[in-house]
Write a protein that binds this ligand. Sequence first.
Ligand code: ZN
Length: 331
Amino acid sequence: MKSTMRPHIKTLTAAILSFAATYPLQSMAAETLPAIAAPSAQTLKPQVPGVYRFNVGNVRITALSDGTLPLDLHPLLRGISPRQIDALLHNGFASNPLETSINAYVIDDGPRVVLIDSGAGELFGSVAGKLPDSLAAAGYRPEQVSDILITHIHTDHSGGLTRGGKMLFPNAMVHVNQADVDFFLDRANLSKGLKPAHLEEALKTIGPYNRASKVKVFSGKTTIVPGITAIPTPGHTPGHSFFLLENEGQSIEFWGDIMHVGLIQFPQPQVTITFDINQDAARAQRLRQFAAAAEERKLVAVAHLPFPGVGHIRRKGEHYEWVASQYRNRD
Ligand SMILES: [Zn+2]
């Protein structure tokens, strides 16, 4: 074998032996191997905060991710079987449990910094509560927020108002529909569909602002601040509301929980979710809003569609399709 070894292999072998003599195995492991090893849990940096900025007219909008969580849709959706759920998810190249976004939005028109919904805060454990990081990555401090518009008082929309029992946004006025305040902050409603956990969470998050006289309620269609209108859309909760921003002939509607699962509820908008307090009203409201959005080619921002949750709804017979907005990475 030795005599048949080709000259260049001989040279290579000599080089390896010489290298091994110069660098014993221990120092190779310590100095050479880490440079070529795959990223480990210790070296992998956390996911970059979810932030996406775009303009509507002259107003700067920033979508903020509060996180995502895997939702087991089988026990949650109503009016559809687990088999049909799985088939529609499969059609969308997804599976159960479905990774579901929690989105919030900043509207910055110069004089005001308005936050639409506040994420879940500390109330969903480690799977959410990333809004403060996203807000910081977008360049805002909580003290700069002048107004917070809450689409409805559910944990994943109002939970982020407080941290450690204190107001996270000390200079903000919280705007919310009177009907949601009446429902979620009144113990008498425990016998009328209000869950004890939701009452406790509402007291914890809205309570501190209420005591500081920093909650302003509205009823009916109302101009909240110049250019932003609240539009009550009851069903999911009694006071669920859209917020419409209009500027320079352009507009966007912030939709809260008119829907939860795009892959299911666009093809089958009659499907409801157990979180809908009034199932029939939630279904009717969704059908109405989907039809109007498709007809009027509205730009909408939706809390639980994949981040940033901004796009249009297209009608296809009796069904609908989601068309996400074009990504833009320039100012
Ligand atoms: Zn929600």
